[in-house]
Design a protein around this ligand. Structure first.
Ligand code: SF4
Length: 388
């Protein structure tokens, strides 16, 4: 039994099973760890047929070519879980949507918004505080995110400070800019000093925020960037994500050319953007700011900020987090401008469909090249991007 510090959302989570609108058992390469494959070989060799043939790792569960569903999904439920028990699920299948990491000797478990039920709970439910729970099973391998020279208790306190910063009743964009500013300050210091300075840098950040440097093309470039990232991933966009993107195209009066990774605008595009901006600032913002704040809290948790996340250093990580925040905001603003106040299911679909793609990007290089080209890797340009 291991004690785990668990994000509050997991205390309420129950898989939706056959009621799930975007099941993790479809179109995903669910990895099979070596321990699980060995268990199949020794105790249930018939299950080896459910793994894609490969000489070595990564092994993945086999999918039905016609439907994209895992071949062991039967009637919306996992046939391996039903017939053999959860011990026969690989770590990826057993733990999803949970994300587990080590911080020294502590184990921290959170969840990804790419699961529709986690998205609904995180964005809309009143949740208790994070809790300590005991668990019998943990993933076979856990990466340790504790920086050298930092005490574990300090690392937990630093992560908590960033998470607590998302609770301030101000604009989500301002909270993000404070987090980004403090993170960039910490990067220049030895890890041993982070604990005493994190709180100060977060409180002091408003004094150091640069003036927003806006570019009228930012929303169009952001949509174009999403198209480029999807094409570069060589994975099909889900129908839910395509629906989210279609609303962004319509609201901006822009068209994506997926074959050539291009975006076309017209004389109608700038008036459309101005309508979108008016709609956001005059009516939508108070409706969706709580959603964006909760989204940000989950990003801090998911990435064990400032210790994990996509990017080779803290400046890259906050740049990529800022681009994701800007995309979620643009998607919500677009849908609101077209459809009026959005129902809970609609908001969940937008956030979850973007997360299902963005939270699983494994290489920061292409995203960072976009950030460099557009200038979004600077604080002033990021501030401008987030203004919409
Ligand atoms: S995405 Fe979430 S709710 Fe849906 S099947 Fe997977 S774990 Fe269950």
């Amino acid at each position: 039994m291991t004690t785990v510090i668990q994000n509050a959302v997991l205390s309420r989570f129950q898989c939706l099973g056959d009621k799930c609108e975007d099941t993790c058992c479809q179109n995903w390469s669910m990895q099979v760890d070596a321990l699980t494959r060995d268990r199949y070989a020794q105790q249930a060799p018939e299950l080896l047929a459910a793994i894609e043939p490969a000489a070595e790792t990564p092994w993945i569960m086999r999918k039905d070519a016609a439907t994209g569903f895992c071949v062991k999904l039967e009637g919306g439920l996992c046939g391996i879980h039903r017939d053999y028990g959860s011990a026969f699920l690989g770590d990826a299948c057993h733990f999803y949507p949970r994300v587990t990491r080590s911080l020294g000797s502590s184990t921290v478990m959170t969840a990804t918004l790419s699961c529709p039920e986690i998205a609904r709970l995180s964005l809309f439910e009143d949740l208790p505080s994070p809790s300590q729970v005991t668990m019998q099973r943990l993933p076979a391998t856990l990466k340790n995110y504790l920086p050298q020279g930092m005490a574990e208790i300090d690392a937990l306190a630093i992560h908590h400070s960033f998470h607590a910063a998302t609770a301030d009743d101000v604009d989500a964009e301002l909270i993000f800019l404070r987090i980004a500013c403090a993170s960039r300050q910490l990067e220049n210091l030895p890890a041993a000093n982070w604990a005493i300075l994190t709180g100060f840098y977060l409180q002091d950040a408003d004094l150091r925020l640069p003036v927003a440097l806006r570019d009228i093309n930012d929303p169009f470039n952001l949509l174009h960037a999403l198209c480029g990232l999807i094409v570069a991933s060589h994975k099909p966009a889900s129908p839910r994500l395509l629906q989210t993107i279609a609303d962004m195209e319509t609201a901006l009066a822009a068209n994506l050319d997926w074959a050539n990774v291009a975006i076309t605008t017209s004389d109608a595009s700038i008036p459309a953007l101005e309508h979108l901006q008016r709609s956001w600032y005059e009516e939508a913002k108070p409706l969706y700011n709580p959603i964006l704040r909760r989204w940000l809290a989950m990003q801090i948790s998911l990435h064990l900020h400032p210790f994990g996340g996509l990017g080779h250093n803290l400046a890259q990580r906050v740049t990529l987090m800022g681009m994701r925040l800007a995309l979620v905001k643009l998607a919500l603003a677009s849908a609101h401008a077209l459809h009026g106040p959005l129902a809970q299911d609609h908001i969940v679909r937008i956030v979850q469909s973007l997360s299902r793609f963005l939270d699983h990007l494994g290489d920061p290089a292409f995203s960072m090249s976009i950030a460099t080209e557009t200038g979004w890797d600077s604080e002033a340009r990021m501030h401008g991007l987030l203004r919409l």
